[in-house]
Ligand binder design. Sequence first.
Ligand code: SAH
Length: 512
Amino acid sequence: MSSDFTTVIGKVFLVGAGPGDPGLITVRGAECLAQADLVLYDGLVNPILLRLTKGICERTARTRRDDAVIVTQAEINGRLISEAQAGRTVVRLKGGDPYIFGRGGEEAVALHEAGIPFEVIPGVTAATGAGEYAGFSFTHREISSAVAFVTGHEDPSRQESRLDYQALAAFPGTLVFYMGLSRLREICETLQGAGMQKSVPAAVVCQVSLPSQRVVEGTLETLPTLAAGQNLKPPSLIVIGECVRLRAQLSWFENLPLFGVSIGVTRPEEQAEDVAQQIVRMGGEPVLMPLIEVGPVDQHHQTEIARVVRQLDRFQWLVFTSVNGVAEFFRHLHDAKLDTRCLGKAQIAAIGPSTAEKLRAFGVIADVVPSEYRAEALAKSLQSRVRGKTMLWVRGSRGRDVLPQMLTDVGALFAQLVVYENRDIDKLTPEIERRLKAGTLDWIGLSSPSIARRFAQLLKTSGIAATELQTRIATISPVTSAAAAESGLIVSAEATVSTWNGILHAIERSRS
Ligand code: SAH
């Protein structure tokens, strides 16, 4: 007799996250994250990848760390099984590749034995990450015909070591040791003892594909001493073989314009994504530290917006002074089931290139964008054209009154519509505070006068004197620099084009 009750079982995806650069996850891996109800990720995974999921995320770690839940492998396996049995889609996200020294094999066996459906998605393992990002080419045709991935976890001097160092020393190609940094000297000495030439090139590569990537090069003989004094941070690999010499020609990652530079992004979180991406692509480390939040307006303003968007054809000019203003304006428009057609014949002004770009995303091309990103310049470029004209300024709750003043002066009929609320963050996070105090944040980008003033205030609240700040400051425009200077901050770079990209290029210029 068949039962009407069928248990809906979930599924587990074992996914390789790649070695660090979030761009190195596979397309399939990203799809799995997008579908996950629960993500269990290990300590090697770059947490930025968690933005690809809406599921609950929990970190697992088998070693003791402050912020990690300590879980045994058996507990992890048990959890994967029980969550899938409860019908959930679970992603087990693992640094590098799930099966390369990753215990993914054990997890898959446990799932198989429990009858849980699973899929396994490969990842870029740390070694191949190092090959490309540090420039080794392990099997370059002229120098090596094999590559071996070896665990450096086992003590080579112990009798019961499962590794045959005689065979490794005679291996006709490149050796890559995982988990070996603490045994670097023993590994190099044991290989020499087993007959490998002491002049064979060797390197330690730490934090592959991250802005903190570091490489120390030497030979089997010199590497342990060279690496010892360098305060190298795990995770790291040891690469041994002639291919280490290719680095001189093949390395590219470390030459990116912002390689190794950490940059505080003060934009509201919702708009930080593209800036963060751009910093990563330039080799730097984005550090998200929003100082202002963008929130919805109150009921009173909502009613006002609903009323005004139905009468947009009354206005001959619409003026936008922020990316947020554009995004929120169109959100309200769409909420009211309206689209760009209701803008009628209105002319459009945008304060700067980013605002204009956002308008373009909604299919609207700005008629006026001043060459300088500031309210005065915008007002000037409008003054000769708006006498007697009806204008609507779409804005946030906070802003200067330069526009209404300068434009009503020339006879414009000026109205305003607040479409979003700017709210201050009242404290720097402990992590940002720590990095500012320790000098481990290289730059901060300030993208408006109010953000500059806010940052100065937050520094005071945290008890950090602006004059002692080791973090350098880059601003988006002269007005922002002036506001920063008035608040006691020292500005080290200023954008020539008033966008976040401009800030990044200003930082790049000031490094060379
Ligand atoms: N499954 C992972 C390896 C896990 S074992 C993979 O395929 O890469 C952990 C070891 O991997 C570390 O001890 C280190 O040797 C290496 N490793 C992982 N990520 C690394 C990185 N970004 N840089 C250098 N080594 C890394």
